[in-house]
Design a protein. Sequence first.
Length: 155
Amino acid sequence: MAGKIPKTAVGNMVRREPIRLKPATSLGDVVAAMKTQERGAAIVEDDNGRPVGIVTEHDFRAKLDHGSLDWHSHTVDTIMNKNPKTIRSSQFLHEALALMISCKFRHVPVINDNDYVINILSIRDIIIYMAKLYPQEFLNQPPDPHTESSGRYGG
């Protein structure tokens, strides 16, 4: 691996169709969809299919009034990140990582040339991709599995 991130277009890393929501979708429906589909984020689109927001599991922790008994009936547009930053499917993985690091994102919408969201790239997607690309480095097995550590690690 030698510290190099491959020149892989983000569009080639697309794993599955994103959860697509309308701004008026209830938070209860959002939670149900994210749980059922095992996703950490969903895209919020206008009637033309253009992204107007993204909602992540972080938004539920940070922006939701947990004291409210009727939170599930509120709409996603009350907690979503409006006008999300996106990355084009033709851009490279290192560009996506730079955006995610500089903005402290764990999810970023991937758009095509017509500005439609085709996926939401997650940090998990990147780790899985890199682990498959560089299995030796990610498996982190000792050369001899019977060798024991000579020093203490951790505290």
